[in-house]
Design a protein around this ligand. Structure first.
Ligand SMILES: [Zn+2]
Ligand SMILES: [Zn+2]
Length: 135
């Protein structure tokens, strides 16, 4: 509205515009100050959260990638070490804790019947839990 009023005057239109009679019209410098305050408020109040959200999203992506690399490495390992230091085989015949089905293969693979993956296996020597490295 302000710009159109100025444009009309620059074109040489005679007579006052509606804006010239408005006492609440702000001078140009105050508009610039308000625009600056809005910009500073955005930079101070909103931008840090945007940066934090982007950083968190990047961290989640990197974390998933590292976990995927570790899971590949762990899937290729044929043994895991229990908290007491025993070597436990990760390939063989295992019983699904969810449905009870027996399956052959990797200990932490999905059960072919119920598609569940167990969170731990027991050490075959001492019975301590060995956590699923993929979780
Ligand atoms: Zn199962
Ligand atoms: Zn053990």
């Amino acid at each position: 509205m302000d710009r159109s009023a100025r444009r009309r005057r620059a074109d040489g239109a005679a007579g006052p515009t509606l804006d010239e009679g408005n006492m609440l019209r702000l001078p140009f410098s105050l508009h610039a100050v308000l625009r600056l305050v809005k910009t500073v408020a955005f930079v101070v109040l909103v931008a840090p959260w945007v940066v934090l959200a982007l950083a968190r999203a990047a961290f989640v992506k990197v974390d998933k990638f590292v976990r995927m690399l570790l899971s590949v490495r762990n899937a290729l390992d044929d043994h895991a070490v229990c908290p007491a230091g025993h070597r436990a085989g990760l390939h063989g015949v295992f019983e699904c804790r969810s449905c009870g089905a027996l399956f052959a293969g990797y200990a932490f693979a999905e059960c072919p019947v119920c598609r569940e993956s167990c969170g731990f296996i027991q050490c075959e020597h001492c019975g301590l839990a060995i956590r699923n490295p993929l979780l």
